[in-house]
Design a protein around this ligand. Sequence first.
Ligand code: C2E
Ligand code: MG
Ligand code: MG
Length: 696
Amino acid sequence: MFNLSRYFSILSLILIGLAAGLLGLMYREASVRQMTTLAEDRNLAMAQVFENALGDSLAELMDASIGKDASMLQQSEESLGMRNSLTSLLRRTAVVNVKIYNRLGVTVFSTDATQIGDSNLDNPGFKTALSGVVTSELRHHKAMETFDGTRANIDLLASFIPVAGEGQAIDGVIELYQDVTPFMAAFRNMLWIVTAVVACVFAVLYLMQLLVVRRAQGILHEQAERIEAARSTLEVQVDARTQELRRAIHQLEGEVAERRQAESKLNYLAYHDPLTGLANRRYFLERLEASLIDASAKKQRLAVLFIDLDQFKQVNDSLGHGVGDELLVAVAAALCEHVRLIDMLARLGGDEFICVMESVRSDEEVAMLAQEVIAAFDSPFRIDGHDLFLSASVGVSVYPNDGDSVGDLLRNADTAMYRAKALGRGHYHFYTPEMTRDAQERIRIDMLLRRALENGELSVHLQPQVDSKSGYLVGAEALVRWESPELGSVPPARFIPLAEDSGIIIPLGNWVLRETCRQVMRWKASGFDLPQVSVNLSVKQLERPEFVDTLVEILDETGIEPSRLKLEITESVVMIVEDAFTLLDRLRKIGISLALDDFGTGYSSLSYLKMLPVQQLKIDRSFVVGIGNNPEDEAIIRSVMALAQSLDFEVVAEGVETAEQADFLGELGCHQLQGFLHGSAVAPAEFRARWASLPR
Ligand code: C2E
Ligand code: MG
Ligand code: MG
């Protein structure tokens, strides 16, 4: 750091030294000049005194000197006389020596007689005096010859004073030596004192300034230290802040990357089905919208294929959601692998897939694609040790014929898919406008059905079941009938599936159950004792957790003995209803009989059948129709009979219309018969009128 004190000390010492020296010099110069002026004045006065005192003898001395040599001059009388005059004149004055030169510069007189005769022509004082100007100079002599003898260490002021003769011409020059030794001694003393005082003043000044400077230096030092400390603190803080910022930037970068990742993940999730990785509904809808705009601009056709898996629900229900999920993944993979010409495949949810084919040239091309979709299910899916045979139903709608909006195309493809499903497994169907009419009809029926239940438009009819051997009435099947003011008589085959889809089947089914039990009990009370009544149950009813409670409630409410009630269920109950065995067991324990309706049309395995707590198999009408004309149907009936006998099931055949059918079945050991041969389903009053009087 800059050392202010040191530089100040050096510089101010130099300056003080210079100032003191300069002041000393100036003082000395002034003093000497003053003293010289005084001494010179005195010399002038003395010279005047000499001139006056000597009068003509001075002029004579100078005149007489011309042409004489040194020894002559020394021996001259004038010189000796002058010496005497001057000696008396100069006694008790400060003048210690006098020299007189003639105008030629020759020393004509000197207190020191040896100098008489010397030439002073080159002496500058003499030369100046010749021009009429007085000059003086201070001299120091180690030894000097005076009137009073030899003097040592003497300070003198020598003045060259011109001596003017008549007409003011310079006749000669007097050189006066005035003793200024006391002045010089006093002057030197004074000089010392002045110098000492000046030095002291300067020293004090210097010290004061030094103190100020040192203080300033101290303050500067303190400030510098403080600044340094602040700077270090600042540096540390800046360092820490920089680190912090770096960390923050790092963290921020991490967060940004994370957020980007999360955003892209969110974006992916927003547009993809997390299970299969296919495009999801949203993505599909947006893409279809864009494709439609494109197709419209290019005047091209476009097909939407709605794919629904036929037995997925059963798999999901019976083998669990884990297997169901894996199956969906496998299906997605199979579709991607097998289906060519596809422009986009998406999963809409559940077991519904959808794909788009752009730039459609012909319906055949679309049909080929639909066949490829169906063919993707040809081989079974092996999942979790199960070989799962699956099929798909495909509904197709084509732009622009079947709609020009995403909504229309999707709805129509869906409608077509339902039609394909109705054809059986693994079919595809193109949309036709008539399907929409059907669908609208379904909506209308659904709406009217809701009202029908409240308006009492429904009734229960009963169809007799007779013993195959005796022909006696052993029971009846309760079949619901709907007499609609708008639609007329609507067959159950038309409205039951609809009721199942919409959920009305629950109140409807409960109503049939309650009404049938009441009817049987009313008959019983009035003396007509129907041994057993069968009521059809929808799987949807069985799926409800409160079903058994409702049933028990109905039994209690109507007072019917459980043994008098038989419930007809289909084989699909095992596939669809969770824990079907337990549920059916509970029903058995209540004392209710169970019959497997439409037997032979389902796919239940023998192992299931063996475990099911049912007592009766109901051979489906479609087989009975074949008796006498379709050996295959007969063979099926025979094997069903053999199976029933070995598993100890009672067998009922439905749809028995002819005696031939009745005989065939009776011979095979079928216990009961139901069909138009013995009577169709009729209203309770008619039923009673017909059967009450007959033996049972
Ligand atoms: P299902 O349980 O197999 O009922 C037998 C059907 O065959 C009845 O048709 C009956 O009228 C008809 N049928 C009986 N004998 C003959 C015959 O000799 N020849 C012909 N061609 N048909 C005969 P329906 O009443 O139209 O019922 C159709 C289906 O509707 C029933 O089949 C049953 O699955 C369902 N269903 C009827 N009533 C109810 C109900 O109350 N609840 C539920 N869940 N389903 C019902
Ligand atoms: Mg039935
Ligand atoms: Mg049936």
